[in-house]
Design a protein around this ligand. Structure first.
Ligand code: C5P
Length: 289
């Protein structure tokens, strides 16, 4: 087998806390992460050209090693000691770019899973996660996905009980927010609140969706920025439409609401699509490996 297809699932942050800046310039985080059914579709082909490339249906996505998917292929071949191989990756992008949904990281993790399959399961999940952590902070989570607590830069993972059944409505305004820029802003912002991570973990243990919805929180929403105001407006719209809770994911700009009722979620999606270009519904995904 020299080629295979793989889905790359988007992630949402049920909670996001920043504990402080580290000497290496990164920030220590505590995040409850959830993968969702919205996904990119990848095709991965091995050849003997020695070259790595990624094509996608979005013209502005780089096709060289600036693309995390290409970097993942490089890191995999280095780890497998097969540097002479070539890899051709094609990506159908469905996850919005610059949304805080780990689209690029999910693609990279999908390349690692797919290549591991093509190489007969050479690496364990733990080994793949180690390779992933060297590619980007969110890539390790995306290898298995599901529901997980992520700490450190985001690469220290503990699996959590599956998210109770629910419907996400995810909406992204037209602007994107730069991740390094938002991390710089948070260094000069005194954080007024932190998420009740322990409460979320308890609610997950008990399978109580209501307790999770009540505790959705992202410290990046504390930053006073005109764009974060739009995020607040989208949250209000989602709550008006019947969401049990709503929050920004990652460094934004996408916002999601959690609904217990599918019809209400669909109605909310239609209502928000009148104002915002991107709005979709999605369901939680269980761990892949
Ligand atoms: O690891 P990754 O390349 O995805 O991170 C992108 C940027 O986000 C980093 O350059 C850094 O500015 C910021 N970051 C951070 N602390 C983290 C994760 C990311 O400061 N835990």
């Amino acid at each position: 087998m020299e080629e295979t297809n793989e889905k790359a699932y988007a992630k949402l942050n049920i909670s996001l806390d920043v504990l402080g800046k580290r000497p290496d310039g990164y920030h220590d985080m505590v995040m409850v992460m959830q993968s969702v059914s919205l996904h990119d579709e990848l095709r991965i082909k091995l050849n003997d050209s020695g070259e790595l490339s990624a094509m996608s249906d979005l013209h502005f996505i780089p096709n060289d090693e600036r693309n995390l998917a290409v970097r993942a292929a490089r890191q995999f071949l280095d780890a497998a000691g097969d540097e002479g191989r070539g890899v051709e990756i094609s990506i159908k992008k469905r996850i919005p770019v610059g949304a805080g949904m780990a689209g690029g990281s999910a693609d990279a993790a999908a390349v690692l899973r797919a290549m591991n399959r093509l190489y007969g399961g050479r690496f364990s999940t733990g080994e793949l996660e180690e390779i992933a952590a060297g590619i980007g902070s969110d890539v390790a989570f995306c290898v298995a996905g599901g529901t997980a607590l992520a700490q450190g830069r985001g690469e220290l993972l503990s699996r959590l009980p599956d998210m109770p059944g629910c419907h996400f409505v995810i909406c992204k305004p037209t602007f994107s927010i730069s991740t390094p820029e938002l991390f710089r802003s948070i260094d000069s912002t005194p954080l007024r609140h932190h998420p009740d991570t322990a409460g979320i973990l308890e609610s997950l243990d008990r399978g109580e969706l209501e307790g999770i919805c009540r505790r959705l929180y992202n410290v990046f929403e504390d930053i006073s920025d005109r764009r974060i105001k739009t995020v607040g407006e989208i949250k209000s719209r989602l709550l008006d439409c019947g969401a049990a809770g709503a929050v920004m994911t990652g460094t934004g700009s996408a916002v999601f609401g959690i609904f217990t009722d599918e019809t209400m979620a669909q109605k909310a999606q239609s209502a928000l699509l009148r104002e915002y270009r991107f709005c979709c519904t999605a369901k939680p995904i269980k761990p892949l490996v």
